[in-house]
Ligand binder design. Structure first.
Ligand code: G6P
Ligand code: MG
Length: 215
């Protein structure tokens, strides 16, 4: 079976923005008086902005009950993050991704973005591949974060294909769960020992052909 559409997560699949998220969260942690390590940052992959803040605060042993204070902290982190991603260039597209997207289009496969990030458009504009996608569903269009399947189901709807005709590419466990909950095939991008729920796992897109999405 060959899917009619492929849906791509953005952060960690198309671009490595985890380093910018990390720099911004680390800066916030420092301001709050504690260190935030790269290992702690692993826990934020695929997690929404407010859920990420909760994890950060728990690492620092800080309890904040006032929702507006939490909003302010998340806004502050996001302002720094936007400063970093506003400098991104086309060179930051992960290896093999652009060729793989072109190959899918040549084979008549529709392609979409399915990301939790509210900064998706800023990133896609910076790296210059926005127009390649037939649909873009991002954090501004959804109400439920992964592992809820909403983001992927919306993408399938906009592409006019059934969920079972879609294949998702994901680097986060929550994203793999979301794709499975949507009834889609899922290919993990990263470490197979972490991305256990995926149908297949790849390390990178370099040299990947159409057979990758044949199940
Ligand atoms: C992706 C990233 C997360 C990030 C989330 C929200 O899922 O993997 O690290 O927290 O998007 O991103 P945003 O740009 O809206 O803060
Ligand atoms: Mg991701």
């Amino acid at each position: 079976m060959r899917p009619k559409a492929c849906i791509f997560d953005l952060d960690g699949v198309i671009v490595d923005t985890a380093k910018y998220h990390y720099l911004a969260w680390k800066r916030l942690a420092k301001e709050l008086g504690f260190e935030f390590t790269e290992k702690d940052n692993e826990r934020l992959k695929g997690v929404s902005r407010m859920a990420s803040l909760e994890i950060l605060l728990s690492v620092g042993g800080i309890q904040i009950d006032d929702a507006s204070v939490k909003e302010q902290l998340a806004d502050k982190k996001n302002t720094w993050y936007v400063e970093y991603i506003s400098q991104m260039t086309k060179d930051e597209i992960l290896p093999g991704v652009e060729d793989f997207l072109k190959m899918l289009k040549e084979n008549g496969i529709k392609i979409a973005i399915g990301s939790a990030s509210k900064n998706t458009m800023t990133i896609l504009n910076r790296i210059g591949i926005k127009d390649m996608f037939d649909a873009i569903i991002d954090g501004t269009k959804i109400t439920k974060a992964k592992p809820d399947p909403e983001v992927f189901l919306k993408a399938a709807q906009e592409l006019n294909v059934r969920p079972e005709e879609c294949c998702v590419f994901e680097d986060a466990v929550a994203g793999i769960e979301a794709a499975k909950a949507a009834g889609m095939k899922v290919i993990g991008v990263g470490d197979p020992s972490i991305l256990k729920g995926a149908d297949k796992v790849i390390q990178s897109f370099v040299g990947q052909g159409i057979e990758l999405i044949e199940f």
